[in-house]
Design a protein around this ligand. Structure first.
Ligand code: ADP
Ligand code: MG
Length: 635
């Protein structure tokens, strides 16, 4: 067979072409990262072969040391990156380096196109890191031999334009992969010892296999998480964090633990400054790297962390797990489960200390990660710690930015107070207009202000903190509030109704009940209102009602829970209605006003389905009042 016959040409898949096109035309400030990507691939390939070896799989060249070698030739403008890793078969080459398989990569490419330079720097996160080599190369040749005995060595060649060629290598090579990078004219500065060393030290210093330039070992530090805390400086942590996460910023906080009993493991964890939900990839990106006695077992293991702590990055290294443990059975391994539990409690304890000793930092944590952290309400085993970590705005806060803990709330309870009150609304201003709050404000009772429907869901699910039940202001029993004395006076004193008018008021309530009929559960006189004429309340706003609200927010059709319509007989508007009612108990004006009040209450709750009726009724009333006003003016 002649050489020509064994060479086969392939086209890159469309999204690869698109990506290559972007990379070639990118800003070049960060193009040195191509070397980081190739070294990281070499390291992955070495992790894989080590894993196979430990499992006892038969591999070729099994005595080759696990290492990465970089050579360069200034004259030829050539760099080679060689590893003794797992290698690739012909099919794997086509699959891995010709197509983009990982989900989400297409979206990444779209985003890269929009915001070039920054995104190029994090390219390795999205399973497309290899292609970054074409920022510096005019041609790339891959020579690779799979660890599988019967697979021939193959060569892949491309100029990064439209496609690539694959042929079988006639000369045998050892297991692993060699990548030849023929540099572009304007990238020839990379074929230089000093430059290569600088780049490797900067981006790849923590790779756990030796990296050589020619024969000189470049990287030094390994397994930093096993070093004693006292011997490590902040800079080393920062550097490792950047290596691990592709972040350019330092972490907000470092959690470094070596646990001895009951199981032995080391963990080095980081809380990022920013919620790295980059392009919405956060979910795929979460997890901790799991090592067993310094050997990487799994990248981004998702079972070491509950989802609500998914913002935490880092590594866990176990002393006790068997090296040849399969990833599939990890979850059922009791040692693994214990490590995972311990990791969670360590993080929560760390956060508690942070909250106590570094409140500004904790505030920053809450602002960035609080939204995800809140999902931890389902972690029953840790609910005590979890609840102490929650933060809320409250009626006692100076402004919308000031947050309090549930412990703060408890420390300010009024005598005999058994409930923790909360109100939900889109903003502080909006909540402060909530009629249900009036009576609580009069009695100086603190109310948590929730701006996120999820908060209400969290509180109703948790039910209580210590012995204090969470209670929505809409379902507070106003009779039970009578035991608290009024501290503030909201409204000026109002002349009480005469005994005769009291009777008329009772009849008016019946009339109102007829008007609202089956839209409400009941109509009653309000004890909680001051400056508002009416409101809707419920006896018990249980979890179902919150779920319904969430569903309604998600545009699902759900039946409305019937509520109690409370009427404030001391309000001017209701007094006026009473006057009209006494003159003509059937007057349709009463009906219009009551319907309007009811719809307004629904609107405030976010439960008004049909705004058109409300608006047209309102317009009609404005029209009428305009007429009356004009008449009055004439007089
Ligand atoms: P990622 O590393 O995130 O998977 P890359 O674009 O960097 O994405 O690499 C794509 C794939 O190509 C890798 O997943 C791997 O299967 C294969 N690959 C790249 N370099 C090597 C190598 N040196 N040895 C073995 N396989 C490699
Ligand atoms: Mg890679």
């Amino acid at each position: 067979m002649s050489v020509e016959q064994t060479v086969k040409s392939y086209e890159f898949k469309a999204e690869v072409k698109q990506l290559l096109d972007i990379l070639v035309h990118s800003l070049y400030t960060s193009r040195e990262i191509f070397l980081r990507e190739l070294i990281s691939n070499a390291s992955d390939a070495l992790d894989k072969i080590r894993f196979e070896t430990i499992k006892g799989t038969e591999v070729v060249d099994k005595n080759l040391p696990f290492e990465i070698t970089i050579d360069f030739d200034e004259k030829k403008q050539l760099i080679t990156v060689t590893d003794t890793g797992i290698g690739m078969t012909r099919d794997e080459l086509i699959l891995n380096i010709g197509t983009i398989a990982k989900s989400g990569s297409a979206e990444f490419i779209k985003k890269v196109a929009e915001s070039k330079s920054d995104a190029v720097n994090i390219i390795g996160k999205f399973g497309v890191g290899f292609y970054s080599v074409f920022m510096a190369a005019k041609e790339v040749v891959i020579k690779t031999k799979s660890y599988l005995k019967d697979e021939p060595a193959v060569e892949w060649k491309s100029d990064g334009q439209g496609g690539y060629e694959i042929s079988e290598l006639s000369e045998p090579i050892k297991r692993g992969t060699k990548i030849e990078i023929h540099l572009k004219e304007d990238a020839k500065e990379f074929a230089d010892k000093f430059n290569l060393e600088r780049i490797i030290k900067k981006h790849s210093n923590f790779i756990s296999f030796p990296i050589y330039i020619n024969t000189e070992r470049i990287n030094t530090i390994v397994a930093i998480w096993r070093e004693p805390k006292s011997s490590l400086k902040k800079e080393q942590y920062d550097e490792f964090y950047k290596f691990l996460t592709y972040e350019s910023d330092e972490p907000l906080s470092v959690i470094h633990n070596s646990v001895d009993a009951p199981i032995q493991f080391h963990s080095l964890l980081f809380i990022p400054k920013k919620n790295i939900d980059f392009f919405g990839f956060g979910r795929e990106d979460y997890g901790l790297d799991l090592y067993v006695r310094k050997v990487l077992i799994q990248h981004k293991n998702k079972d070491l962390l509950p989802e609500y702590l998914g913002f935490v990055k880092g590594v866990v290294d176990s002393e006790d797990l068997p090296l040849n443990i399969s990833r599939e059975t990890l979850q059922e391994n009791i040692i693994f489960t214990k490590i995972a539990q311990s990791v969670t409690t360590n993080i929560l304890s760390h956060l508690l200390t942070m909250a106590k000793e570094e409140s500004a930092k904790y505030y920053q944590f809450w602002k960035e990660h609080g939204k995800i952290f809140k999902l931890g309400y389902t972690d029953f085993a840790n609910s005590e710690k979890f609840m102490r970590l929650l933060r809320f705005n409250s009626s006692f806060s100076k402004n919308a930015d000031e947050l309090i803990s549930l412990e703060d709330y408890i420390s300010r309870l009024k005598d005999g107070q058994k409930e923790i009150y909360f109100a939900l609304g889109p903003s502080r201003e909006a909540i402060e207009l909530d009629p249900h709050l009036e009576v609580l404000a009069d009695k100086d009772l603190e109310v948590l202000y929730l701006y996120d429907p999820l908060d209400e869901f969290v509180l109703t699910s948790l039910r209580k903190f210590k012995d204090y039940e969470f209670k929505s202001v809409g379902s507070v029993d106003s009779k039970a509030l009578e035991k608290f004395i009024d501290v503030k006076k909201f409204s000026e004193e109002i002349e009480p109704l005469s005994p005769d008018d009291e009777k008329h008021f009772d009849s008016l309530l019946i009339r109102i009940k007829n008007i609202l009929s089956d839209r409400v559960e009941d109509v009653s006189e309000s004890k909680r209102l001051r400056n508002n004429p009416s409101c809707l309340t419920s006896k018990d706003e249980g979890i179902s009602s919150t779920i319904m609200k969430m569903m309604r927010l998600a545009n699902k059709e759900v039946p409305m829970q019937k509520k109690i319509f409370e009427v404030n007989k001391n309000h001017k508007l209701i007094r006026n209605l009473l006057k009209i009612f006494k003159m003509d108990s059937k007057d349709t004006f009463i009906e219009n006003v009551i319907n309007q009040l009811y719809d307004s209450a629904l609107l405030l709750e976010g439960n008004l389905d049909d705004p058109y009726k409300l608006v047209s009724r309102l317009n009609k009333m404005l029209e009428q009042s305009g007429e009356w006003y004009a008449e009055l003016k004439k007089l």
